[in-house]
Write a protein that binds this ligand. Sequence first.
Ligand SMILES: *[C@@H]1O[C@H](CO)[C@@H](O)[C@H](O)[C@H]1NC(C)=O
Ligand SMILES: *[C@@H]1O[C@H](CO)[C@@H](O)[C@H](O)[C@H]1NC(C)=O
Length: 537
Amino acid sequence: MWTRWIIFLVFGLTQGQLRLDPLVNTKQGLIRGQSASDGDYSMFLGIPYAIVDEDNPFGAAVPHPAFEGVFSAYDESAMCPQVEEYNNTIVGTLDCLHLNIYVPHVASSSNRLPVLVWIHGGAFAHGFSNRYVYGPKFLVQHNVILVTLNYRLGPYGFMCLNTPEVPGNQGLKDQVLALRWIKENIAEFGGDANKITIMGESAGAVSVEYHVYFSDPQLYNQIILQSGSILGSWSVRAPDETAPLQIAHHLGFQTDDSSEALNFLKGVDTRLVIGAVSELELEFGACIEQDFEGVEAFVTGHPLNMDVPNINNVPVLAGFNTQECLFMYGNEPASFFITWNGFNTLLNEIFHYDEEFREMEDIFRHFYIGDEEDNENLKWEIIDFGSDFYFNYPMEQSMKKYIEHGAKAVFRYVFSYSGGRNLMKNSLNVTSDGAAHADEIGYLFDYFKKDTPSEDDQRIIDQITTLWTNFVKYGDPTPDTTELLYVKWNPMTLDTYNYLDIDKELALKKRPFNARMAFWNLFYKANEDKVKIFGVE
Ligand SMILES: *[C@@H]1O[C@H](CO)[C@@H](O)[C@H](O)[C@H]1NC(C)=O
Ligand SMILES: *[C@@H]1O[C@H](CO)[C@@H](O)[C@H](O)[C@H]1NC(C)=O
């Protein structure tokens, strides 16, 4: 019986057999999926690819062993422990290392489809892979297989203690286990294991870059980076050996011994740990690991100091949005801008800040806000500065670095469109023009806003999903120009800095935010001796 179903799937489902649940034989055993109701594709939800070690939930996970019997992949609800951002509630359990696979019905062993793997963002503290935000229907209609995955977050994913037990980057190592699972098994779903694009937004884009720097290059063939760079100051953090003590103390467990605190935390309900981390405002992220015998290290160097040989001949699609930092500063009250002082605090993260540097801070200030003191009318200038600091300049440096290291092509975009589905602006109820961080996600994915898209929004959905999936299929977002994609998207070169402006009209332009980027370039050149290796110095 099973064998027949597998054969049906492998050779492609025909009209008459659509009601059969698809069954796939993976290395872990049989997985049963179901047919989607909003398109011609099958869904395999909540496949566990790895297991968190109960005795050490802050340490490495292990690959999932074989399933007993048939695994019914119907439940996408698993989330890793976190404060989720939509209702601001503490959710999740450690049984969360799951992935979801969406397979167009045309996929078969004789018609293998390219594979797109989505790594969600959320500052390494929030996020999940399910259809609440990442509904697949816009992407899979272009006949690519979409995989979305969870990884551990916050203290469970990114506690970094410089010990063999908790060496750091557990969440990135979870992703590696997921990528290995996909590479090994996706052919059984009708996927082409040699045509895998990994794609992420924000911390997801930073994650993708971590894989470019440190994973086995066999695990992927192409990359898509949306609004995040490994060269930004938040992508590497210093280890914080005091974290277990702080959390344990907050929960009423008194000790001065970090490993005692950690042992205590291993047995505490994850919701209490997440609640304490949130109240303490502790932040976690990737760190540079020390070498320990018998421990597989992942992040072994600082990206600022490293070459990227693994990008050689890899096609890249990358870009950012016009008003990235609207999500941080867009809804702040006037008082926030009066006491902001961000030129000082942010520049201090990336430059050695001494007396001499004070003058440099003034140059920055004058460039963005002239002679004004911080005040509430400067919101837009401050959003520009924050966007350049966190996203735009580091991303441009990443793209340049990839070209210098032989990337096959870097297709660069700026997402400028403001419509009815801008995800972040809608979530924050911000109505100004431009596109904030994460706004483009609303046009790539069918998220919780379920009303029918306007005509303009639908065209942007069609354009961006066709561009992205053309890239997934052909390594080129515009192999031909069409009525829908009427502009040839030429890649960026070190001379031209082409980018596609994705707005109501598509247009090929050059050098986004030219004056601002030129200012940053000059500033870095003038202060080479003061550049910090953030997260280390
Ligand atoms: C947020 O709350 C709404 C309404 O109760 C619910 O439908 C939705 O699933 C929740 N979202 C998350 C991410 O928990
Ligand atoms: C969103 O903003 C508009 C205009 O400022 C306001 O009328 C509306 O009540 C807000 N909605 C929510 C859900 O906050």
